[in-house]
Design a binder for this molecule. Sequence first.
Ligand code: PRX
Length: 633
Amino acid sequence: MNLRIQSFTEYQQQYAKSVESPESFWSGIAEQFDWHKKWDKVLDWNFNDPSINWFSGAQLNITENLLDRHLKDRGDQVAFYWEPNEPSEEAKTITYRELYQEVCKLSNGMRSLGVGKGDRVCIYMPMVLESIVSILACARIGAVHSIVFAGFSATALADRINDAQAKLVITADGLNRGTKRVELKSMVDTALENCASAEHCIVLDCVHSQPAMKPGRDIDYHELIKDQSADCTAEVMNAEDLLFILYTSGSTGKPKGVVHTCGGYMVYTTYSFQNVFQYQEGDVFWCTADIGWITGHSYIVYGPLLSGATSVVFEGIPTYPDCGRFWEVCEKYKVNQFYTAPTAIRALMGEGLEVVNRSDLSSLKVIGSVGEPINEEAWIWYHENIGKKNCPVVDTWWQTETGGIMLSGLGDLSPMNPTHAGYPLPGIQPVLLDAEGKEIEENEVEGYLCVKFPWPSAIRTTYGDHDRCKNTYFSNYPGYYFTGDGAKRDSAGMYRIIGRVDDVINVSGHRFGTAEIEDAINTNEYAIESAVVGYPHDVKGQGIYAYVVVDPAKFEKEDLVKTSLIDSVSESIGRIAKPDKIQLVAGLPKTRSGKIMRRILRKIAEGEIQNFGDTSTLLDPSVVETIVQNAVK
Ligand code: PRX
């Protein structure tokens, strides 16, 4: 199925058509997939409820589109090259036919455990091929996958299993990331002590650590599949049946389960993959994300497989065994499209060009960026030294909630401008709103980035709490989907993302709510109260600065208290959320009505020690002076 636009003029024509007649535009694309039954209606929606239905009445199974469909012509084509963490360990390849067979075996195994359509399955796995098999096996039998990044703690895992009421967990004994080992199974054991819904746990042997298995609950992955048939009838799904839940952080409360459904997500991930990366038959694509994030879902698993692509899956990290690893892997597999995060680029930039120039990068055609704003310096370094000034940089802006890339150049078709994500993809209607909710027509004026028309892979709901979806995304500006980001548009119509305008911080492309980290800190015995803010960080984009109120008598045990606070965050969320800077304080700057003045705390974290603006509502100005004096540099 070739959905690739081939010129900028064609992009403009498709864009115009997608706005004038979205239904005929998207049905023309959807026609090209395999459906058991076509839709009765292309689109039915309102953003007030909200309710978004694409391809109502249609029936399909997404795995038939990404596996069965390819068997005839590309059964022997490599679907994935798997590159292990240890370069000395053997790499693996899996063809489309082998992937089909592995998925069918696990699907049958899962059905034998009583898992079926609509059941939720939590996947907590390393970056191995069996993780992809697990995802697809869920989709094959109509189970709803909920992948939890294997860097989250047992508590965070338990929260997600409970929220989704997952019936099954799929995990591995452990994983290796760089020189670090994580004992996943023992984390799952701890989590499952508090998860009544989970009846079974499938355990893959990855690091041969032979964990204890709980009789009746735990099943070895290979034992389960060994006698299963390599064919499995796919469950017929309605277009709007759930495909997956993926938890993500917001300004308030615990992470919420973003829901995506089968039909629209299938159509949009395929369309956006082929167009943004200009993927062509025979190319090798590599997205370095983890499958635990939306980028991995859409552009390691679904988009590429639906397109019949060949991709690289990498188990390790960019800095192991040294900072040349990414580039060596690019050379080894002759990668044509490379897709990574600004934080990785910034980390590798600092290591000099020698490690880059060790590898032949001449196969690269398109290089991409995702997850956070890419600063100009990093953009230029990437373009010059990785792309050798020959490859377009696609700066792709999107979100867990959008399911697929929304703003980006399309390979080498579109004009580029460093730090600008660029133009909306066909079907995407972004607007910038001012504080009153009025659409901003002028150029170069910052506004709230919203979307005024549904696209096929839009969030449908937040699992188990539709009001939360409505309140978070569709209430601030009625009639619009609100992204949480601020942006500008230039005179050429290109969008530039400024960053989050809510209490969400983006650390190395990972999203955390400040409230979520504060809650984790507040579980600590020393913490009386806390306030967390983001601050600019050279490599991570944003760092986490935590102001923690503790009894001043404890100040002299500062190191011990800080270690203990970090442990609390690691236990509640995971080490990925640990504060970069912690300041112990006797009090926080509050207004007379008791509200923390975060604006001031943000400024101090940024290194600003004066010009705090209007501080007349501060209850006790001396609190600010003390914090400034002791700020962590
Ligand atoms: O602030 C934007 C930032 O990441 C947020 C979405 O995070 P998440 O749901 O975890 O998905 C990340 C991967 C798609 C957005 O609200 N963001 C993502 N891509 C970009 C970006 N900011 C600037 N430029 C981007 N290209």
